[in-house]
Design a protein around this ligand. Sequence first.
Ligand SMILES: [Zn+2]
Length: 299
Amino acid sequence: MRIGVDLGGTKIEGIILDDEGSIREKIRIKTPYDQYDATLEATCEIVNKLQAKATPKFTVGIGTPGALSLPSKLMKNSNSVCLNGKPFKQDIELRLGYEVRVENDANCFALSEALYGAGIDCFSVFGVILGTGTGGGIVVNKQLVTGPNNITGEWGHNSIPVSVQKLIANDRTCYCGRQNCIETVLSGRGLKQTYFEQVGQQLEPIEISQRAEQGHSNAMECIQRYCQQLARCLASVINIVDPELIVLGGGLSNIRELYNAVPDFLEEFVFTDVVQTKLSRPKFGDASGAIGAACLWTP
Ligand SMILES: [Zn+2]
């Protein structure tokens, strides 16, 4: 049996996954706010509880924001900043007494959808997280693509294309210190900022999306603009990776209009005649991170 844990900014979710990819047990607790030791303890507590319910032979995978730096074995790039600079994998293994696998949460999302979800019949999948942050992961032939920097798919911190620059009013500073990262436009905060630039009012992404569905013209225009921004940013990924499927996850993937408008907008910006790449909703909701973490081990 495989135990998977998704260490999120607000919650830690743990599951037991059987060999067919079905969830057998699920536990969820709140993430201790910005406290490294308490986060380690909470993660191990979930694993221990699941371990008690698992078969004697089990594996543990953990999905986290950010990534392990391969040379230093320390965490980097995490927006849960208490993890950065910490030997998270070693500290967990020290507490549990056995090997665990640790992977970026967007990679876990992509893996879960490629193996058991929307991409089950696809050779290549780009999994995109559109939520608090903007991340991504690439799965080819059911294997996560990884590299020496451990950052495959991290398109959220590429600069926006010039074609998107035209769709924002002012430069945006990213938490990573750079200007106009894709995340500053496509994250929840990015959508909020776009609405503010257009309408002069602060609304949460969910409110913008609801108003658009109710036919409010300002919100509809803002969502159309977001679809344009997303399509233009995705086009550069398609030109490099040429994935069979792009599957969207994270809170903003619930915006229904994305699946209508973005495929049409892609046509203008992808370097091809007719774009064959499919765009899909995720099959799994909140559980995708934990499922993907469990899948870091083969059954
Ligand atoms: Zn950035």
